[in-house]
Design a protein around this ligand. Structure first.
Ligand code: CA
Length: 377
């Protein structure tokens, strides 16, 4: 089955109100989708995390190397692209571009054999996954100590058993926000915090010590991704589990991170770290190191579906327990007009639980009219 076309789709949508994490404001959402066609009429879809125009340029540049190749040889094609760009793109947008291609090829492979991707990746360990609500961003106006606990309580009412708060806005303010959210959701709901590497190790340890008392599920990206020694220092100083990895790439990058024992929880993004082929390898390696794997997810329904296919096959974090602790889906609850609109059947949660799509490939179908509506010409 030969690849006949590889197309990129840059989508964009404005937001009704801007929101911020520790380093930037958003007033639009963008997405970069990869569509691959084959000579027997099957089409596969993938998505790239990262700057859309840059990842589109990568995919468009790589496409001629893949036309005419057998779409089912996913590992070989991955290695071919990686090897040709090794001198220039071991991390970053090259791997993000490759990720979208790889996911689209897995979608094709599943459709070719009439089974969901998770069946080809080793078989489902679970049919549903617990989602945690990613939200609790900052807004332009009003008091965060009022709107953050209100928003968090809303997630609890919807049935989410875990929520993640953005921090990195100043240590005292972060500690106050963490306390307010914990008080709003009560002791039973898991609360994680994410600094998006806003701090250095001194600031991260100080914040960590102030919020340890609020039973924090994990402290995500406390320091910049290059600062492995900083990660280790934060991890050694705090009782809170340390998470990170959305800025790391491929088995080679995660090998070094795992060997350094900088993390308790690895968060590769399936649409950035190398696609399904590579993230399965990273997940197997994380198991060997005793490091938990909870994928970073930030994108449209294609990214969510690809992440769910991988989540289906991950082992539980406590593999020998009768009450195993399972990996969770990161479920972005911020405004994203494109996220579900491009799917013919939205991927929704039911009381914080998301079903893993069990149709062929990624288990989703794309609404072409919605795609056209958001496409940047
Ligand atoms: Ca994050």
């Amino acid at each position: 089955m030969k690849i006949t076309a590889i197309r990129t789709h840059i989508l964009q949508a404005g937001l009704s109100q801007p929101f911020a994490y520790s380093r930037a404001w958003y007033d639009t959402r963008t997405a970069m989708l990869v569509e691959i066609e084959t000579d027997d009429g099957l089409t596969g879809w993938g998505e790239c995390y990262g700057p859309a125009r840059m990842t589109a340029a990568v995919v468009d540049s790589v496409a001629p190397w893949l036309i005419g190749e057998d779409a089912l040889r996913t590992d070989v094609l991955w290695q071919t692209v990686y090897a040709r760009l090794r001198d220039h793109g071991q991390k970053g947008v090259v791997i993000q571009g490759l990720s979208g291609i790889d996911i689209a090829l897995w979608d094709i492979k599943g459709k070719r054999f009439g089974v969901p991707v998770h069946q080809l990746l080793g078989g489902a360990a679970r049919k549903t996954v617990q989602a945690y609500a990613t939200g609790l961003y900052r807004r332009r106006s009003a008091d965060p100590l009022k709107y953050l606990p209100e928003e968090a309580a809303g997630y609890a009412t919807e049935g989410f058993r875990a929520v993640k708060l953005k921090v990195g806005f100043g240590i005292e303010q972060d500690a106050a926000a963490t306390r307010a959210v914990r008080e709003a959701i009560g002791p039973e709901i898991a609360l994680m915090v994410d600094a998006n590497h806003a701090y250095d190790q001194v600031a991260a340890i100080r914040l960590g010590r102030l919020i340890e008392r609020y039973d924090i599920g994990w402290f995500e990206e406390p320091v910049p991704p290059e600062d492995i020694a900083g990660y280790r220092a934060v991890k050694a100083a705090l009782s809170i589990p340390i998470a990170g990895g959305e800025c790391e790439f491929t088995r080679f990058g995660f090998r070094d991170l795992f060997v350094s024992h900088a993390l308790d929880i690895a968060q590769p993004d399936t649409c950035a770290a190398g696609g399904l082929s590579e993230c399965k390898k990273i997940a197997d390696m994380s198991g060997a190191f005793g490091i938990r794997y909870n994928p970073h997810v930030w994108g449209t329904g294609i990214a969510i579906a690809a992440s769910l296919q991988l989540l289906a096959v991950l082992p539980s974090h406590t593999p020998t327990s009768l009450a195993p602790l399972e990996p969770m889906l990161e479920f972005d609850r911020t405004e994203h007009p494109i996220r579900q609109a491009i799917l013919t059947r939205p991927i929704e949660h039911n009381a914080g639980i998301v079903g893993i799509p069990d149709g062929p490939g990624l288990g989703i179908d794309i609404d072409r009219d919605a795609l056209a509506r958001f496409e940047v010409k």
